[in-house]
Ligand binder design. Structure first.
Ligand code: N01
Length: 548
């Protein structure tokens, strides 16, 4: 007998990170009794797994937090401008306690398959622990950056030292003192972990494929007066964030084009923005992400900064990004990143000119050298946005598999549903703003829309909802058109799936901004869920539900 054999629930949530946690709370509010499966043994999602030294958020704490409950946002005190992983995890745990979420979650349980039966309008969900659960609605809340990616270098198993991935870090602290450590990857995770490891290790070798643009975070302890001010103005700040492009009230509302101001004025603005320490840098001017010449003014400014900070000109040159416009890969925020390369115990290997050939017992062999290492840290990112969804075998009984449908790239309507897979909602799915925004703001918008939708179905006695393929086609075309009009297509980024060999090159998130997207979703709901087919009047109360 399986653990949960033949359990039937009204709603099943996959994942108990920030999306899954809020989904539990919100679905309870509309009278459902959701059950969530979570692979980790506690809540927190990305902040549960990413425990590497230096991990912290690049959205300010006052904004990277839930807005749905005023008491919660008033009572929680953030200790730093940019919260550390440990603090965000404490916050997640506090939220779980405060709203009694854990009683709805089965931890250490990974969903492996889900099959929809058109005859009963029920999903059957299976886990790696043998659970088989039927659910009317499935809410995929498994995160956009949750499936770590390890490049398959020849000889990986022959390395005799320790291997780590930033996205799946051990829970106990790791001591790198006295060790020769290698880090592969210079994305947001690499840029955060490298300065920390350089301080601890005897020697650090960084294996860089693509130099990235990074700005100093100027992180600091929270100013109590500023925090109190923020809390007094939370109502307005949150509302502004909700209708902003990036889900962040503190980002500038660009009024002018970079190319319409004088070089001197622009330089002064960039200098001031550099010292503010925020990814809002890329939103200073309206044309920065759409016009190559405008973008180049910002890129050139940051390149000059790199050359100023890094003392060795050859090293500075190798660290200077030239192959993509600034902001078309995720702009990084760091603490002492470029300065780290002034340390005598740090070596930078450019793996484009000197490629990694194999892992060997003693370390990593590149074409030109053997790098002897005691530990290797993979900061090599994720199979992003679609990875966690396709890791589950979603299918319709006797019909299509989602993996087949998405073989040439994900297709969704509004990033919320994918045609042919009824009653499956995606939180921050491909085709929604998700990773281009403050993701908690994006999560709240999605979860609230989904809860309102399910509430509507319950009230009207409808038991099946699915996206209309024609509306899905239009949405996919719209997202592609928007992306094509922007510079984002000019980078080999994970937004495009470019970091995973063989993954279709499709710009996955919706780049039109959270505010615009929110209004579109609201309009669709207002028009009676335009573009969705609602069918299957309920004859029996579906809630033959056991309490969970
Ligand atoms: O992953 P990445 P990440 N050989 O994919 C390199 C969020 N995040 O974990 O650029 C050699 O960005 C790869 O090189 P290239 C944030 O949204 C947020 O750093 O593909 N190198 C790249 O340098 C972020 O964007 C925060 O040429 C290889 C690196 O590995 C997202 O998560 C903190 C390689 C991977 O960079 C992902 O960030 C951390 C190979 N075979 C993460 N394969 C904050 O909030 C890959 N690379 C601050």
């Amino acid at each position: 007998m399986h653990r949960e054999d033949h359990l039937r629930v009204d709603s099943l949530i996959i994942g108990a990170g920030f999306a899954g946690m809020y989904a539990i709370h919100k679905l309870r509010k509309i009278g459902l009794q959701p059950l969530a499966f979570e692979a980790g043994n506690d809540v927190g999602g990305t902040w549960y797994w990413n425990r590497y030294p230096g991990a912290r958020c690049d959205v300010e704490s006052m904004e990277y937090s839930y807005s749905f409950d005023n008491d919660l946002q008033q009572e929680w005190q953030w200790s730093e401008r940019y919260a550390s992983q440990a603090e965000i995890l404490r916050y997640a745990s506090h939220v779980a306690d405060r709203f009694d979420l854990r009683r709805s979650i089965r931890f250490s349980t990974r969903v492996v398959a889900a099959e929809f039966d058109l005859a009963t309008d029920l999903w059957t969900v299976k886990t790696d622990r043998g659970d088989v659960v039927q659910a009317r609605f499935v809410i995929m809340a498994g995160g956009c950056l949750s499936l770590p990616r390890m490049p398959d270098f020849p000889g990986r198993d022959s390395f005799t030292g320790k291997l780590y991935h930033t996205g799946s870090w051990p829970h106990e602290s790791v001591d790198f003192s006295g060790l020769r450590v290698g880090v592969i990857g210079t994305g947001s995770s690499g840029i955060q972990v490298i300065p920390q490891l350089a301080r601890d290790a005897a020697h650090l070798t960084v294996f860089q494929r693509t130099p990235n643009f990074s700005l100093p975070a100027f992180n600091r302890t929270s100013d109590p007066k500023a925090q109190a001010w923020h809390k007094r103005h939370y109502a307005q700040r949150r509302e502004r964030a909700r209708y902003s492009a990036g889900g962040i009230a503190g980002h500038p509302l660009a009024q002018r084009n970079a190319l319409d101001v004088s070089p001197r004025e622009r330089e002064n603005e960039y200098e001031a923005a550099w010292h503010r320490g925020s990814t809002g840098f890329i939103r200073l001017y309206k044309d920065l992400l759409v016009n190559h010449d405008a973008n180049e003014t910002a890129a050139a400014f940051v390149r000059r900064k790199i050359q100023e900070i890094v003392q060795d000109p050859a090293m500075a040159e190798r660290l200077t990004p030239k192959d993509h416009p600034i902001g078309t890969k995720r702009l990084c925020l760091d603490t002492d990143y470029y300065d780290t390369y002034n340390r005598p115990n740090v070596t930078l290997v450019d793996v484009r000119s000197d490629p990694i050939e194999a892992m060997v017992a003693e370390g990593l062999r590149t074409r030109d050298a053997l790098h002897q290492l005691d530990a290797i840290v993979f900061a090599t990112g994720y199979d992003a946005v679609t990875g966690a969804v396709l890791a589950i075998n979603f299918c319709v009984r006797g019909g299509e598999r989602l993996a087949t449908k998405w073989a040439h790239g994900p297709r969704t309507y509004l990033g919320l549903m994918t045609a042919g897979f009824p009653n499956l909602f995606l939180v921050t799915g491909p085709g929604s703003p998700s990773v281009l925004t403050n993701v908690i703001a994006a999560i709240e918008q999605h979860v609230e829309w989904i809860a309102d939708c399910i509430s509507h179905l319950q009230e009207t006695g409808v038991q099946r909802i699915e996206a209309d393929p024609a509306f899905e086609d239009d949405w996919v075309a719209h997202v592609n058109e928007l992306a094509a009009s922007m510079l984002v297509m000019k980078a080999n980024s994970w937004y495009m799936g470019a970091n995973v060999p063989g993954k279709p090159r499709v710009f996955m998130p919706y780049p039109g901004g959270l505010g615009t997207y929110r209004m579109k979703c609201a309009d669709v709901a207002f028009k009676g869920y335009e573009g969705f087919a609602l069918s299957g009047q309920r004859t029996v109360n579906p809630e033959l539900i056991v309490s969970v």
